[in-house]
Design a protein around this ligand. Structure first.
Ligand SMILES: [Mg+2]
Length: 197
């Protein structure tokens, strides 16, 4: 019987690091007293988007993003089950500073030996488990891994996304996460997945 390697793929922004919170804080620092406060990037005007581009052009900004606790809770569970942890993160098309800043963040927070895939297409990367907050990437990944398990750290924009193989973790249901990672690990090659057992 073939043994599948126990790989857990972890996203960075919105999973292991708090991209949204830090971006809003940086935008607040750049806000003129006459401008309105910004509580989300939804419907942000073009001049705000230009500021976002400037913030994102800084390697230092990526490198110093704060940790996001929901993702670290899941990481601890995956480590306890002896999953091989790999980072799977999107590399912005026209922003090499983000690529190097993300690598420096990983070195600082997870160590230099952690494997990293930076890609434009997360769907092509193998793992038993994917931890990602973005429904678009989750759907793409599940398209080719019909028995894969996904843990999705909760945020405002993914609150309505549901899928039989996706567990939305909001800080209150860590036992559900543990159960899913346990089942995914013991499942044999081609054995179906039933997260309700
Ligand atoms: Mg993300």
């Amino acid at each position: 019987m073939a043994k599948i390697e126990d790989i857990a793929l972890f996203d960075l922004d919105g999973t292991l690091c708090d991209y949204d919170k830090d971006l809003l804080e940086k935008l607040e620092e750049l806000r003129s007293p006459k401008e309105p406060h910004l509580s989300s990037m939804r419907n942000a005007p073009p001049y705000i988007k230009k500021r976002v581009d400037m913030i994102r052009a800084s390697e230092e900004w990526w490198k110093n993003l704060p940790r996001f606790q929901l993702g670290w809770d899941i990481l601890n569970v995956a480590k306890n089950f002896n999953y091989r942890i790999m980072i799977l993160t999107q590399g912005p098309r026209k922003n090499p500073s983000a690529w190097s800043g993300k690598k420096k963040w990983i070195d600082k927070n997870l160590g230099e030996d952690v494997d990293v895939t930076m890609t434009r297409d997360k769907g092509i990367v193998y793992g038993k488990v994917l931890v990602d907050d973005f429904p678009g990437y989750i759907e793409k990944w599940l398209e080719w891994r019909t028995r894969g398990v996904v843990i999705m750290p909760a945020n405002e924009s993914n609150q309505n996304f549901t899928h039989p193989h996706v567990i939305r973790y909001d800080g209150t249901n860590i036992n559900h996460v543990k159960n899913a990672l346990r089942l995914a690990k013991k499942r044999r090659f081609k054995e179906p997945l039933d997260l309700d057992t």
